[in-house]
Design a protein around this ligand. Structure first.
Ligand code: G1P
Ligand code: ZN
Length: 541
């Protein structure tokens, strides 16, 4: 064991989801080590404890795991559970932490960001409950990283991660375990695999795009081996360190082939994709796109059709910018509905306290109390279960939902890699107008309320301020503005537009046309395009 002197880095503040930087930053001598040591220093209970370690297989995953193992041994960890080949999807990591009563886990991923030597890398620490640690802990880790003077590491040969079995570094026991089995078993316990298998056997076709990311091996085990669909139903199912050169971002931009197929004459009945670390999902039907906000609402309304949720749902939570479609379902079901800041860590306390069963975000994330992370394959299996039991197509499920609850037309406009100072100026421009906006009218819409979102956690009372600007109109429409906390280059401004149309209204409008007025209003108030000197967003989803 060696103690190595080091100098602090000033930029190790965890964002929306852990510390995410370019690979080149993580490769700087001491960069990864400083952050990992800051975690061990902030969580003394890890000495003598059990840790889960795994990642999405991106470039630097294997190297980082060897370093973390050597540092874990030097910091007195008793046992390390490592996914075979260093692979673990984010939800599987959460599943395993909980199942084996580990004290926490290192989840290595930069989610849907590109990989490879010129791409991104990330590291996230999850606690005993299997979820991302709360803000007070990430703040402690950040504070430590600013004053750190040394880290501890053992000099050992690389551990062979390829073979399942036992190993050790000094007195730390290491178990390399199959990355897929525990997770697949859990899914089989939650969903009616017999009904889905029967549906597949009767000719129901699916197409799943794993985007050369972590879900390939999971999809093979679950969809092909256990549910009996053909291997040809899977696309890009082999994880690659650079994701085959693409971004593992589930959506029309990067899952082009899947989207083209689903919007063609040869479309199978169901399409889906997931992201780099397997926590996101997008669901498609024949010529049908399901927006993640609608998906959350539909899952909330229909979860009782799946065997693991037969007893009903305690409550639902959504991140603040997510459309309010789920709120209407909660109202009808008579269950609690929570609006939390962006990021899965804000759902943890509500899930632990049993106040919610289902939660989700507009950014292609949905999940439940089965783990403490969002879970891509879980959402996809939930949809398949709902389809198998209801006998309805994706398109009919969506239309029937709007018919019952009305439709929340929704879009997110992202202005990526913009100048940080300009992005902050836009936020300030809105902030300065908050008090005077209510009552003002723009393009036929009158503002009801305008605020900077602050959240008080109902369980531990902690307060998170400055979580985005909310501008609500009397009509029930709104727009939201916030700065991304996951980008690695400059700043990303996100503008979320939402317009509600009741069941009696026109439910078949073009989303972007319907939201055009709100886009104009957002620009008038926030001066987005003129400040950024950009004509249009980088991405519209
Ligand atoms: C983005 C999403 C957010 C999600 C996070 C991690 O964060 O918007 O919903 O929880 O990625 O996957 P942002 O970049 O907006 O801070
Ligand atoms: Zn992800």
């Amino acid at each position: 064991m060696r103690t190595v002197s080091t100098v602090p880095f000033t930029d190790q503040k965890p964002g929306t989801s852990g510390l995410r930087k370019q690979v080149k930053t993580f490769q700087k001598p001491g960069y990864l080590e400083n952050f990992v040591q800051s975690i061990f220093d902030s969580l003394p209970e890890l000495s003598g404890g059990t840790l889960v370690i795994g990642g999405d297989g991106r470039f630097f995953n294997d190297k980082a795991i060897q370093t973390i193992l050597s540092m874990a041994a030097a910091n007195g960890v008793k046992k390390a559970l490592v996914g075979q080949s260093g692979l673990l999807s984010t939800p599987a990591a959460s599943c395993v932490i909980r199942k084996y009563g580990a004290d926490g886990g290192f989840v290595l991923s930069a989610s849907h960001n590109p990989g490879g030597p010129n791409g991104d890398f990330g590291i996230k620490y999850n606690g005993k409950n299997g979820g991302p640690v709360v803000e007070s802990v990430t703040e402690k880790i950040f504070a430590r990283s600013k004053v750190i003077e040394s880290y501890k590491i053992t000099d050992n040969d690389d551990v062979n991660l390829e073979k399942a079995g036992l190993d050790r570094i000094d007195s730390m026991q290491i178990e390399i375990f199959n990355s897929v089995t525990d997770y697949a078993n859990m899914m089989e316990g939650l969903f009616d695999f017999d009904a889905i298998r029967r549906m597949f056997a009767s000719g129901f076709e699916i197409c799943f795009d794993a985007m050369h990311a972590i879900t390939g091996p999971y999809a093979k085990e679950i969809f092909v081996k256990r549910l009996g669909t053909s291997a040809g139903s899977l696309m890009n199912a082999v994880p690659l360190p650079d994701f085959g050169g693409g971004h593992p971002d589930p959506g029309p931009t990067y899952a082009k082939e899947l989207f083209a197929k689903m919007f063609s004459d040869k479309a199978p009945n169901f399409g889906a994709c997931s992201d780099g670390d397997g926590d996101r999902n997008i669901v498609l039907g024949k010529n049908t796109y399901v927006s993640p906000s609608d998906s959350l609402a539909i899952i909330t309304a229909n979860a009782h059709l799946a065997k693991g949720y037969k007893k009903g749902i305690a409550g639902v939570a959504r991140s603040m910018p997510t459309s309010r479609a789920a709120d209407r379902v909660a109202e009808k079901l008579g269950i609690e509905c929570f609006e939390t800041p962006t990021g899965w860590k804000f759902f943890g306390n509500l899930l632990d306290a049993g106040r919610i069963t289902i939660c989700g975000e507009e950014s292609a994330g949905a999940g439940s109390d089965h783990v403490r992370e969002k879970d891509g394959l879980w959402a996809i299996l939930m949809w398949l279960n709902i389809i198998a039991v209801s006998g309805k197509s994706v398109e009919d499920i969506l239309k029937d939902h709007w018919q019952e609850f009305g439709r929340n037309y929704y879009a997110r406009h992202d202005y990526e890699s913009v100048d940080k100072i300009k992005a902050e100026k836009i936020m300030r421009t809105v902030e300065q107008q908050l008090a005077e906006l209510p009552g003002k009218s723009f393009h036929g819409e009158t503002i009801l309320k305008a605020d900077s979102f602050a959240y008080t956690d109902p369980i531990d009372g902690s307060v998170s301020k400055n979580q985005g600007m909310r501008i609500d109109f009397e009509s029930g429409s709104r727009f939201v503005l916030r700065l991304s906390g996951t980008g690695t280059v400059g700043a990303t401004l996100r503008v979320y537009l939402e317009k509600y149309v009741p069941p009696t209204g026109d439910l078949a409008q073009d989303t972007h046309k319907t939201l055009a007025d709100l886009d104009l209003i957002a620009n008038e108030i926030a001066k987005i395009k003129s400040t950024l000197e950009r004509e249009s967003p980088s991405v519209i989803s």
